[in-house]
Design a protein around this ligand. Sequence first.
Ligand SMILES: Cc1cc2nc3c(=O)[nH]c(=O)nc-3n(C[C@H](O)[C@H](O)[C@H](O)COP(=O)(O)O)c2cc1C
Length: 382
Amino acid sequence: MATRTTPRRLRAAVNLADVRELARRRLPRPVFDMVDGGADDELTLARNEAAFRELLLSPASMADVATVDPAVEVLGRRVSMPVLLAPTGGGRVAHRRAEPAVAAAARAHGTVYVQSTVTGYPLEEVARAGGGQLWYQLYLPESRERLRPMVERVAAAGYRALVLTVDTPVFGGRERDRRNGFSLPVRPHPRMLLQGASRPVWAVDFLRGNLPTRRDGRLSAWATQRQILAAPRPVTWADLAVVRDLWDGPLVVKGVLRPQEVPGLLDGGVDGLVVSNHGGRQLDGVPASIEALPAVVAAVAGRAEVYLDGGVRRGTDVLKALALGARAVLIGRPYLYGLAAGGQAGVERVLELLRAEFVRALALTGCATPADVDAGLLHPAR
Ligand SMILES: Cc1cc2nc3c(=O)[nH]c(=O)nc-3n(C[C@H](O)[C@H](O)[C@H](O)COP(=O)(O)O)c2cc1C
């Protein structure tokens, strides 16, 4: 909850657009663009948000919504609301504490954070900050031999579920980054310092967090990141089988848009699917996630949990995704804006705002809990 220790600028933010604006003012342009941008013409990026706006809701009266509880279960565990934090790599360039700060915020709000393979911190350190509610997002290492020790390390650190991202055989065309000459991992260099001159709060934070002065996990983390960024690897059906074999816990596949792929995924033993276009950062011109959701939900037919990410900016967006069959949504950019605007407190502010909006949306559509949500609250009712 926003407390007196929450910076005033964050308390003054009344919605996620305000938090984004705080991030825009705090970050150098290339860093903001890295977070904010999408692939090519950013058609899918824009569509993710626009498609939510086009869906209409039907308000309900006469329901007893004096008490609303937004909690749900995901993979057998209770979370305080159906909003999870998506994996995002490179957050450390936005804020020095990056992944541990996000993990701690998720813990404080009783929700899940999916830690990315592309990280500025050792996965054990993030796990400690996050308590028991972390999932781990896997990009395949270059060699199969490295996969087993990697998966064992993730399990030993206490991550509950593995999320295999399948929509990144190569990276999408991030034109803002190319125009800005931006690439990860970022190392301090004179041009960066010049860019940072107009953003002194960011510059001090960046220098404190990134000067390679100590031989600790941070540097090895950069090395991991460099390797992954240099060589994204396609995930094949054979890879899925190998991962399923190595990982005993729940397995989620992220980046599904085609219902035709669902039977193979279910046969491959997945417990959950994330309907996602990677926030419009991969293939441009694909449908918004919310447009792709109903067909995937129909194909899954209750045999796995279905989540959605991409374009969730309002509590009503969460409600719409649930109405179309998602069990929960994930957010990416919104919490990165919060992170940039104020570290852990910024991420918490984003979660707090979304929770308040979602609770209000539930009450106004006559739902006391997410279990009451169905397609009937969309207008026209489906
Ligand atoms: C800066 C940034 C980095 C990302 N890095 C990863 C990643 O390492 N692994 C992954 O599976 N998805 C990654 N994603 C995609 C997110 O997990 C998620 O699908 C997307 O952000 C959801 O859309 P939204 O930003 O509109 O909420 C990244 C997204 C952003 C914005």
